[in-house]
Ligand binder design. Structure first.
Ligand SMILES: [Zn+2]
Ligand SMILES: [Zn+2]
Ligand SMILES: [Zn+2]
Length: 143
């Protein structure tokens, strides 16, 4: 698990390697369109379908994670947290931070109150990171 390759044991090609290194370079949450545009800016054209398949393969290998959504588009990011966790996604700069699971209590009470067994959940917390936090002129006056 340690030295994971972007495509695991799957197929690679120079184009797929370029897509993976751009995903790494972006370093923040991106949609498939963002990644395709970033590649194009670097003169490394890849069709959206190619990028889509590459991203699906990288998600499959666990190298890339789906961290949330922007509008109707899935957001992806590199994330190395090995244990079960969730993501804090800054809607301003796109930085992605890992956070512990907040749902233990909800899972227990679903069982206790409703006899409902939770088998999976999906939580992303969206907000504004420390660096993007509005300054005092926008209504806060510091600590
Ligand atoms: Zn993660
Ligand atoms: Zn931010
Ligand atoms: Zn969780």
């Amino acid at each position: 698990m340690a030295d994971r390759l972007p495509y695991g044991s799957g197929r690679t090609s120079p184009q797929r390697r370029a897509i993976a290194s751009m995903a790494e370079e972006l370093g923040r949450a991106f949609t498939i369109d963002d990644l395709e545009r970033a590649l194009r800016r670097k003169g490394k054209r890849a069709g959206v379908a190619t990028v889509y398949r590459a991203v699906a393969a990288m998600e499959e290998s666990g190298w890339l994670e789906r961290v949330g959504v922007r509008g109707s588009k899935a957001l992806y990011a590199r994330c190395d947290s090995p244990a079960h966790h969730h993501h804090l996604v800054c809607t301003s700069c796109g930085i992605v931070l890992a956070t512990d699971c907040p749902l233990e209590f909800a899972t227990h009470s679903a069982k206790a109150e409703h006899g409902f067994t939770v088998t999976e959940h999906d939580v992303t917390l969206y907000g504004v990171c420390r660096d993007c936090r509005p300054g005092p002129e926008l209504g806060e006056d510091g600590d």
